[in-house]
Design a binder for this molecule. Structure first.
Ligand code: CA
Length: 227
């Protein structure tokens, strides 16, 4: 497993690197944003990204990465204010750790995130088998009955269900369906979500799968079943 640590404070990157190496991860450190972008081509399993970098803000790097990759990203941030955290998750980070942090906690977050994302299971089952999404056969079952979803609905649902708990902005979801950002289109995401809710939720007004995050977008809140 290869991890890229983007952090300009050597004191911090040294500690993080040592802790991760002790756990058997191969660690590369980038001390600037442009160095990080160069390294990215090498391919990593996870990125730890500091927000305050000398050249490019970490937020910008995160958005850049998310344009063509769903690699897990943990943000390191001194900004503990809730709005900043929501913004970080909104632009595609999977998790964040607020500085000062304990290296052991960071390692635990790395492991948890890799467990969550590495599986890339083809069959996702939620809430005790109530909702099953098969990303290979493109089938969805609700309470064991097959559902008919349009290709767009399937793409939207599987995208958010693969990352329970992650907040997706409308624009990110537009990008998922169309492959590029198109501002005028983001409100139609709401219409698609409404249709999906009518198919998968017992009570669409009190959803147990797709939650609206006001002012940001949506997140999937179903409980992934253990195998
Ligand atoms: Ca920094």
């Amino acid at each position: 497993m290869k991890i890229l640590v983007v952090e300009d404070e050597k004191k911090i990157s040294d500690i993080v690197k040592a802790y991760l190496q002790k756990e058997g991860y191969a660690v590369t450190v980038a001390s600037t944003g442009s160095e990080a972008i160069d390294f990215l081509k090498e391919g990593f399993d996870l990125i730890i990204l500091d927000l305050m970098l000398p050249d490019i803000p970490g937020e910008e790097i995160c958005e850049m990465i998310r344009k063509d990759s769903d690699i897990p990203i943990i943000m390191l941030t001194a900004k503990s204010d809730e709005e900043d955290r929501i913004k970080g998750l909104g632009i595609g980070a999977d998790d964040y750790v607020v500085k000062p942090f304990s290296p052991r906690e960071l390692v635990a977050r790395v492991k948890a995130l890799l467990r969550r994302t590495k599986g890339n299971k083809r069959i996702l089952s939620f809430n005790g088998g109530d909702l099953v999404i098969d990303t290979a056969s493109l089938e969805v079952r609700k309470g064991n009955s097959p559902l008919t979803l349009t290709p767009t609905e399937f793409k939207l649902l599987s995208t958010i269900a693969e990352r329970p708990g992650q907040v997706f902005t409308r624009l990110q979801l537009v990008n998922t369906i169309l492959g590029y950002d198109f501002e005028g289109y983001d409100r139609t995401i709401d219409a698609h979500i409404k249709n999906i809710r009518h198919k998968i939720e017992d009570d669409p007004r009190n959803p147990s799968y797709i939650k609206t995050v006001y002012g940001v977008g949506y997140k999937f809140i179903g409980r992934l079943d253990e195998d």
